[in-house]
Design a protein around this ligand. Structure first.
Ligand code: LAN
Length: 729
């Protein structure tokens, strides 16, 4: 059973748990948007730097933001929304957010601290425990893969270990409930591979019970079709340090706490468990992507290879190659790494190699905090080091699209936002030999330091910059010469020769064959082995390139050709019902908005395009009685539209945007959606958090808290400008 949305009062207030004082938390940032929550103990310092409305907002404190004049018309409502949202912008020009959802990340950072004997700050311990208490399933006390999931072995085992390592006693009711559930599931032996790996590193599981992760594969010539340099970047970068840890059988020294944990997380005594028999024991509840026969065969062969065949020199060689690539990843990302998992794992590797006082490890230590986010529910670990560029791009686009960019009250907001995007553009390529493409001139999803560009992030940021720089009072910060390299990269990212010509994938062009999915070892995620063509990424690139096409003649013919080919791909991806499957947002409503926007940029609308018409009908059929749309995350898992129990402001905004861009003729349908969005707005202009908005790898949901602001604002603003701005109530 999935976990219902949070209800106040928080569970942590009902069980006996310490908490920090929310008034003492401050969010520090810098000009490239680094996000660090710090706990201020000194009263003078607090007085000198009072909390901002944003800090109060995330911490669930009274923001002091005023009630606004009642919104009669859609445009009033859009502006009220923007008035609230602009107050959440940080001085450095970006919007921040808590980027939670995945519930398998905390184990990484906590294990990294524990193994490397790095003390965890007291305030983190308290607040992480509080967060896990608040997100435990109300019925069974366990945790799932993501915050709305049913309880699973992976989530429950890992987070149980986390609360215990952070100091919660084993007989605390929260720990007891989780342990009972874990035992009911058969104990931690049923963990999927990543869980087994973390437990092994913590000396709570034996390495011979983990399916092989041989680093040897990195030594093979890189023209081989299955060489890891051809994998999806996340898979590649996660299995890289995992290969090291597996091969070196790294484990923390046993201590009384670990000793005790060994007796808590299994249903039989530790010494009686034959771990090697549990390599393929993955709990039924957890499995999303079962092993193929080929994978089982490869695993058994690798066990033999490692035990009896692999020469020692090869092991050493593999270790060198892997270490070299880990250093390069650290260098290219200033120790942030592509994501939270390899951030934690690389830190452990560097500690093993260079020790606690090495320069490299110290830099790793400073970076742990970049993933930790404070919220009213406690401290969580984010899916990336933030959503800074992505959110700021959409926020700026929204302001311009609804014509608010010229209004004096938003000019500062726009200027600061542009400054942030100006600071966030990549100014250097990666070091040679790291299997990375050019990134110069591109934008990241989160921050410049993190160092990874994504096709759609570059496209949306570029569009935002160009839009803002058309405003009369704005001084051009990003010259056309600085945009050209971004165009070069975008053009180079288009898939050509392989199975989805014209499409765009996420971080890189598709390099490997999807057949590699046959040996996807992760058990809980689908489609992770290689890059895939993504409709939304292709849509965003079409939108960005179309905007650029009307702005500059740089590489005009190639730009036009790229757009046409991508549009052909987008059309080919529409399913028989008229929907598009969304891979990064929930789900069909998300993809419909992007797809229809891309088509509308080519002049394709309801009246002249069969594809757009079918897209509209798909949406209209799914409008609910209250005028809204609501889509459940189950859509992502099942690949078919599953309605949410309640309509959602965000899904409604996406559907309305799609219909408006399509020029859907029955305006009444759209009006009902707009009315729903208005009816959910509060007197200070805000919308409250509803269901989770985003997804990855089909099975794991992730939060995009700012979606509930800029998409509804955009929908309201477009409605007012395109149709009518008379009162709707
Ligand atoms: C993201 C977040 C952003 C997202 C969009 C830009 C929205 C998308 O259009 C392209 C893909 C991308 C960049 C994306 C890829 C996968 C990420 C990085 C995430 C969903 C955030 C977290 C996730 C990452 C894989 C989580 C760590 C877990 C592992 C399985 C390694």
């Amino acid at each position: 059973m999935s976990r219902p949305a949070l209800t106040r009062p928080f569970r942590s207030d009902r069980v006996d748990l310490p908490r920090t004082e929310p008034q003492r938390w401050k969010l520090r940032t810098d000009k490239v948007g680094r996000l660090n929550w710090v706990y201020i103990r000194d009263d003078d310092e607090l007085r000198r730097h009072p909390q901002t409305p944003y800090e109060k907002y995330v911490l669930g404190l009274e923001t002091g933001l005023p009630e606004l004049p009642k919104a009669e018309t859609p445009y009033d409502a859009a502006l009220n929304g923007l008035r609230f949202f602009k107050e959440l912008q940080l001085d450095e020009g970006l919007w921040a957010c808590r980027y939670g959802g995945p519930m398998f990340l905390l184990i990484g950072v906590v294990a990294a601290h524990y193994v490397t004997r790095t003390p965890i700050r007291e305030e983190w311990k308290i607040e992480i425990i509080r967060y896990l208490t608040n997100t435990a399933h109300p019925l069974d006390g366990g945790w799932g893969l993501h915050s709305e999931d049913k309880s699973t072995v992976f989530g429950t085992a890992c987070n149980y270990v986390v609360i215990r390592l952070l100091g919660m006693p084993a007989d605390h009711p929260v720990a007891v409930a989780a342990r009972v559930t874990l035992h009911k599931f058969g104990g931690a032996v049923g963990c999927p591979q990543w869980g087994k790996l973390f437990l092994s590193v913590l000396n709570l599981y034996e390495w011979d019970g983990v399916n092989p992760i041989p680093p040897d594969i990195w030594v093979l010539p890189d023209w081989l079709p299955f060489h890891p340099s051809k994998w999806w970047i996340h898979c590649r970068q996660v299995y890289l340090p995992m290969g090291y840890l597996y091969s070196e059988k790294v484990k923390a020294p046993l201590d009384p706490l670990l000793e005790s944990l060994r007796s808590e997380i299994y249903t039989s005594p530790y010494d009686t468990i034959d771990f090697s028999k549990h390599r393929n024991n993955i709990s039924e509840i957890d499995i999303y992507y079962p092993h193929t026969t080929i994978l089982d065969f490869v695993n058994s062969a690798m066990v033999m290879w490692e035990k009896f065949i692999r020469p020692d020199w090869l092991k050493q060689k593999a270790r060198e190659v892997v270490l070299d690539l880990i250093h390069k990843e650290n260098h290219n990302t200033d120790y942030l790494c592509v994501g939270p998992i390899n951030n934690a794992l690389n830190a452990i590797v560097i500690y093993c190699e260079e020790g606690a006082n090495s320069k490299n490890f110290l830099r790793h230590k400073e970076r742990f905090a970049d993933f930790m986010y404070m919220s009213e529910e406690g401290m969580l670990m984010m899916g990336t080091n933030g959503v800074q560029c992505w959110d700021t791009s959409f926020a700026l686009q929204t302001i311009c699209t609804i014509g608010a960019g010229d209004m004096p009250e938003f000019q500062e907001t726009v200027k600061k936002g542009l400054k942030f995007l100006d600071n966030s553009q990549f100014t250097e390529n990666c070091v040679a030999g790291s299997y990375r493409d050019n990134r110069l001139g591109c934008w990241p999803f989160s921050t410049k330091d993190q160092g990874y560009t994504v096709s759609d992030c570059t496209s949306e940021a570029m569009k935002a910059v160009l839009m803002v720089q058309k405003l009369p009072y704005i001084e051009t910060l990003v010259s056309d010469e600085r945009i050209y390299p971004a165009i070069d990269v975008l053009l180079s990212l288009q898939n050509r020769a392989n199975f989805a010509p014209g499409s765009f994938a996420s971080y890189e062009k598709i390099r490997g064959t999807p057949l590699l999915e046959l040996i996807n070892p992760a058990e809980v995620f689908g489609n992770i082995m290689v890059e895939y063509p993504y409709v939304e990424c292709s849509d965003s690139v079409v939108i960005g390139l179309s905007y650029f096409r009307d702005h500059s003649s740089y590489r005009r013919d190639e730009v036009v050709r790229a757009i046409n080919d991508a549009v052909a791909y987008i059309k080919s991806e529409q399913d028989v019902n008229g929907g598009w499957y969304g891979s990064w947002g929930i789900c069909f409503t998300y993809a419909a908005m992007f797809a229809i926007e891309a088509l509308s940029y080519q002049g394709e609308v309801y009246s002249n395009s069969e594809v757009v018409r079918r897209g509209c009908h798909f949406l209209v059929k799914r409008q609910e009685a209250d005028g809204g749309w609501g889509e459940s995350y189950r859509s992502c898992e099942t690949l078919t539209y599953v309605p949410h129990e309640q309509t959602q402001v965000v899904n409604t905004a996406w559907a309305c945007l799609a219909l408006m861009l399509a020029e859907y003729p029955d305006v009444d349908v759209i009006k009902r959606g707009i009315r729903l969005i208005m009816s959910r707005q509060h007197a200070n202009g805000e919308w409250k958090q509803e269901g989770i908005e985003g997804v990855f790898n089909r099975s794991c949901m992730i939060e995009y808290p700012n979606y509930k602001f800029y998409f509804p604002i955009k929908a309201l603003g477009i409605f007012a400008r395109k149709y009518s701005n008379t009162p709707l109530f």
